[in-house]
Design a binder for this molecule. Sequence first.
Ligand code: IPE
Ligand code: IPE
Ligand code: MG
Length: 235
Amino acid sequence: MLDREIIPLHIAVIMDGNGRWAKKRGLPRVMGHRAGMKSVREVIKSCRELGIRYLTLYAFSSENWKRPKEEVETLMRFLNEYIDKELPSFIKNGIKLNFIGRMDGLPDFVRPRLKKATEETKDCGGMTLNVALNYSGRSEIIDAAKKFASQVKAGKRDIEDLDEGSFGGFLYTAGQPDPDLLIRTSGEMRISNFLLWQISYAELYVTPKLWPDFRKSDLISAVAEYQKRERRFGA
Ligand code: IPE
Ligand code: IPE
Ligand code: MG
């Protein structure tokens, strides 16, 4: 049973293991990505039901361009398809979409969809869903440093204005609380360049479950484990 009083405000997920899921079944990797879309739907819905206010999903890293061209293209097509299919339900359920990463590096056939989804959900107040695409934690920090530096150069800011609080305002997640819980599926014990700044004090939860097998009950197990942790923040 979950304690309704200590529900994390923000959950971040490294959705890993689609390729392994497909391989186990003798299927092409892209079938694993297709199957993973069901888990995405279920996790979004379950987070909304649990009253999670922010959910961040790692969908495509800046390093993932190194994969075979067909796989990358299929992933981008699935993304379009997913948005077309789910946008009405995001609006209906008050889910605001926010894409994080270097959007200008994404293909032309994807960007208009993202823009449309962002605009059409901008007034939704139930939950914010960040989808990380062409995302790199280090690039995000560099982009933030550049934004700050250009404001200094323009005379709008003073170097002394920069501290840990104000720096967060230059990140892609400006105005949002940091993740309380970071979930990674498929057992890998690494961060893979995800939200480097924001996860300073996140509780980590790694499950051997492959992403396409991850269901509501697994999310609940992760939150239950989170509720057992004693968060000390260095104190
Ligand atoms: C995660 O699954 C999905 C993306 C990174 C897009 P993988 O494709 O990394 O699956 P594995 O790690 O090879 O099993
Ligand atoms: C991390 O998974 C990126 C996403 C889930 C989108 P990867 O499979 O790309 O990471 P590594 O290669 O295991 O570090
Ligand atoms: Mg992987």
